[in-house]
Ligand binder design. Sequence first.
Ligand code: DON
Length: 574
Amino acid sequence: MRERAAAAAMGRRSSTGAWWRLVVFTLIVSCAAVRHAGAEQTAAVASAHPLATAAGHAVLERGGNAFDAAIAVAAALAVVEPYSSGLGGGGFFLLHRAADSAQVMVDARETAPGAVAMSQYFDRDGRPIPGATVRGGTAAAIPGLPAALVHLEQRYGKLPLAVTLAPAIRLAREGFQVDSRYAQIAKMRESFLQSGVNTEVFLDRGRAPQTGYRLRQPALAATLERIARSGAAGFYEGPVAAAMVDAVNRAGGAWRAADLTGYKVIEREPVRFEYRGATITAAALPSAGGIALAQSLAMLEGFALERVGEPATDHLIVEALRRAFHDRARYLADPDFVRVPVARLVSRDYARSRAASITATKASRSDALGVVPDGLPKAESRNTTHLSIVDSAGNRVAATVTINLLFGSGVVPAGTGVLLNNEMDDFTLRADVPNAFMLKGGLANRIEPRKRPLSSMTPAFVEDDKGVLVLGAPGGSRIVSQVLLATLEYLRAPDVDLARLVAMPRYHHQYWPDHVEVEPQGFSAEWRAAMSAKGHEVVVANRRWGNMQAVFKAKRGGAAQAASDPRGAGVAGY
Ligand code: DON
């Protein structure tokens, strides 16, 4: 509507002829020149792919706000990073509206289908059916991302979906050249894609494409156009919905049309807490992320910390993570299904009682904290994506979105271009069965009809005297430790060095397995020896993890900057 009104106004002006057009063109060119000449910017976009970041810029330049830009970036990521996120997945959008300082988390987490049955996941002898939660129709939960895009437009945006989805539609229809990251991931998943349902769309004549291959997704373009035209009905009703139900059920799942028409995003109060004078806002349940961050920081507040990277501090951080992940396994799940004592878990009293068993000199043992169920870890795989945006008015979005593992369930319903998620793997099948992220959980997070699986995604805002940091990352359970380390470092340093924050070497502990996992680079032999001397088992991972996207807006002057993790292919923009 608004756009049509603006277009109409432009139309009236056009009678004054070419002169106006020249003036407007000159203004646009000179504004762009100023921007590229390095003038201080007050808006910033960071995402995992330069084409998605560009989509965000384009929408901001058309007068959109951070929420419009988030729609454009999330939709573009669905096209250019199909292995990470997309219309067939879900996520969490943490929003801050400058006009009234309202903060909300749009919960677009997928839901278990209404007819889900445990017999889909266990054989007659009670053994978990290999792959049932990660591949095919039984792996896919009802997608939430399209509903989130529509909700953002209706409730928070200034521009119509026809404008905000346009960059994604163009990228899907005209294609884009795949980067080396795409080529590598497709190679890694080549046989999975060769044997999936309509997943050959991601290949070049049946093989993983080379860098530079132009990937076109016309069916996905058509689905995005339906959403632009008809809103949620373009996805959750009509031919796209029918194709999804059909494909999932042929691939062993049990979806019904009502699962799709009944899908709704939920606006939830984010987790908000103070840490040494800073205010932190982060994802609420059904993500465990905000609670784990709040618990870890509340425990750490009782100690004098030096800096991340010093073994004395890192030991304490590991101990805090160990306890936060223990509670995650014991208590956390979809709050609409299970009573979770959130207020107590994030309280200072509780933190004090949990931190009482932390000593500066010696690692605790996870099994001494409570029951550790048996079971063997499965192999793991990582993907998901994050975007961070601030606009010049001060609106903010931190959104982490996912289809879970690389290329999700491997099911693309015919004619839709939509790759369905395998988020069912984020449920707990049984206490002794870890998921792909080696997370074990309690039965609070067991599969139930229409329930949302517990997540680790931790979009967050960190506000202090310097300004506000908007951040998040992919990485499954390792998301929480990434956000924790970056938050601690941001708060410690007097100046803001975003590039360093997103690049910092990472370590992680998640209660079980009881070891500190460290990235292969960035931890010296002395560091490892110091941690081992305290009793930690240090395991060096064979590769780095995460793909953090951060933006910062200064309190004084409102200057904004962005940074993308050097581990990914992202390019942060002004
Ligand atoms: O919601 C979760 O916690 C997972 N589905 C996220 C998966 C993920 O981050 C994979 N990343 N690399």
